[in-house]
Design a protein around this ligand. Structure first.
Ligand code: AR6
Length: 177
């Protein structure tokens, strides 16, 4: 599903964040230490090779809502934006920290002159953020930020499960109407 807001295309698809070769920067659902970890972070570091963890080490730790930009190393993408999502119920207010992730990633990508980014569903795995409210925060923030983007023209959300995709489609449909 694709929908344009302020000339920026928001695209939803089911897939693997490490297999998005047409995208300038993929977003990592990172840990504070920017190290390998599980889920998205594990998949990204495995695909990128050890050079990514080496580049990340001096940039850590990061705080909830913060994002840092690195190279993509052996990934097909030139860049990775590492965002630390909130641990649900611990890093409060979780919705503010989650919105900060999406907003900061988009602003950093835009300032760097990138044209396309791909997000996973930050915080909805190991960090326990329930899918529906996380989707509301993610898509509301992205749609709002489209008004400020001058370089980024494609924002893709790469959802791991059919259920994740379905919930994102329902929310995006509603925001578009
Ligand atoms: N591509 C796209 N989505 C994925 C992939 C993938 N390859 N793998 C998992 N997902 P998580 P968090 C989905 O746990 O909640 C790590 O251990 C997954 O199904 O990766 O922000 C880090 O080191 C879920 O919907 O991120 C941190 O410690 C979503 O991506 C911690 O987990 C996010 O799941 C971060 O937790």
């Amino acid at each position: 599903m694709r929908q344009a807001f302020n000339g920026v295309t928001i695209e939803l698809l089911r897939g693997d964040i490490t297999d998005q070769p047409d995208i300038d920067a993929i977003i990592n659902a990172a840990n504070a230490e920017l190290q390998i970890g599980g889920g998205v972070a594990g998949a990204i570091h495995r695909a990128a090779g050890p050079g990514l963890a080496e580049e990340c080490a001096p940039l850590a730790p990061i705080s909830p809502g913060e994002c840092v930009l690195t190279a993509g190393h052996e990934l097909p993408n030139p860049h990775v934006l590492h965002c630390l999502g909130p641990v649900y119920g611990v890093d409060e207010p979780s919705d503010t920290y989650l919105a900060d992730c999406y907003r900061n990633a988009l602003r950093i990508a835009d300032d760097a002159g990138l044209t396309s980014v791909a997000f996973p569903a930050i915080s909805t795995g190991a960090f326990g953020y329930p899918l529906e409210p996380a989707t509301e925060v993610a898509l509301t923030t992205i749609v709002h930020e489209t008004a400020n983007l001058t370089s980024v023209g494609l924002v893709r959300l790469v959802l791991f499960s059919p259920r994740d995709l379905e919930v994102h489609e329902q929310v995006l449909d509603r925001l578009a109407s």
